[in-house]
Design a protein around this ligand. Sequence first.
Ligand code: ASP
Ligand code: MG
Length: 469
Amino acid sequence: MLIIMKFGGTSVGSVDALKNVVKIVADAKKNGHDVVVVVSAMSGVTNLLLNAAHQAEAGNEQAASQARVEIDNKHAEATRHFLGDSPQRDEVMVHVRMLLDEFEALCHGIHVLGELTPRALDVIGGIGERLNAPQVAAILDHAGLSAESVEATELIVTDNCFGGAVPRREATQIKSQARLGPLLEGGKIAVVTGFIGATEEGITTTLGRGGSDYSATIIGRALEADEVWIWTDVNGVMTADPRVVPDAHPISHLSYAEISELSYFGAKVLHSQAIRPARRVNLPVRILNTFEPDHPGTLITADYKNNGKTVKAVTAIKNLSLITVSGPGMIGITGVAGRTFSAVAKTNTNVLMISQASSEQSICFVVPTPDIQKVVNSLENELSREIERRDLERVKWEENTVILAVVGAGMKGHPGVSGRLFSSLGEEKINIIAIAQGSSEFNISLVVAQGDADRAVKAIHKQFALEKP
Ligand code: ASP
Ligand code: MG
């Protein structure tokens, strides 16, 4: 089998974690598999880099030097442990320091200009992966596993939407096969930087925060791999956030449709786009735990496996605001909804949920709270005439709201699920502000006040007996 193994930040973030990585890769090779490794930056590094860039823009250049020291230490420690005094260690550390010089120079430029462009932010953000791939390759190589690091700018071709670039499938396939094919044929392990890609012109882009998952499935698809294994620090996708619900437990199987709903709705375990390339070609994805490699984790495939539960998981996305556009002028008039959402689209804001009652007196929708001001401004601008004429009221919004997404393909055509859902919240005296159900019927989304979120998640988890596997 050809397996793409992605290791997240915590899986490569410490000496102990890296020991497990070596063992996991060695076992796969022993079992006769071909392996492409995709790595994130060591944990915390991407945040340090991005934060330093923002600080430089704000006039503080010191943050970059501090970040540099911290990042250097992480790599120095890991290489010292695994590579000792070897020439390989020197080689890795020379590369690390060269990239950190580049990082400091970029921050200096930003500081001087007082301006940080999305393009520069992607170059800086991607340095963590570029530091880490050669390190992991050297560690594997030193352990007797022949490995070579590759920058994904040579493999993944994207558009130029910096901060959330979209891959181009065909170009990516051609480049990935040409570059990685010979390595695999030679029995080598390719260690690829997650998170980054490049435009046709070769300008570095990133796939959005947490994007290494996406890198793994993009490469999996391009190489027609047999499976993608996402190694993380939990035993798979959980029925709920275990910090909120202590008896939450891992779900052994999910369909692509179910994981898409969950990752869209903030189940932190997978990047929101990552499943798409896999789904297109029926590529199985496993979520596995680097720190408990024998746990079966979660397997994600096309089919829906009935585990006897109508609902499989409940997740909460916090820090959202609910916007309401309403007024007597909305009834029966076409175009208000269209104009409302194009005004939102102009601000490049992600709308997470929409709901309109059939009375047509109001539309409400949910956006991330940090975007609220620009969305409201754009709406009031677009609808100013109607607001002046009192056909519409001024745009209202409520901060500190949360979307609860209740997900499971077993809900489809299964009457009574929403009844049970609402009564479980009613019993807890939790007020539901808005409701939406996708027509897939795999997901019911509710808006509640942030202060009620944890209690609501617990009540739903209990109502649908999710604690029992
Ligand atoms: N290092 C990147 C981030 O922190 C990408 C990833 O970890 O998947 O967002
Ligand atoms: Mg992640």
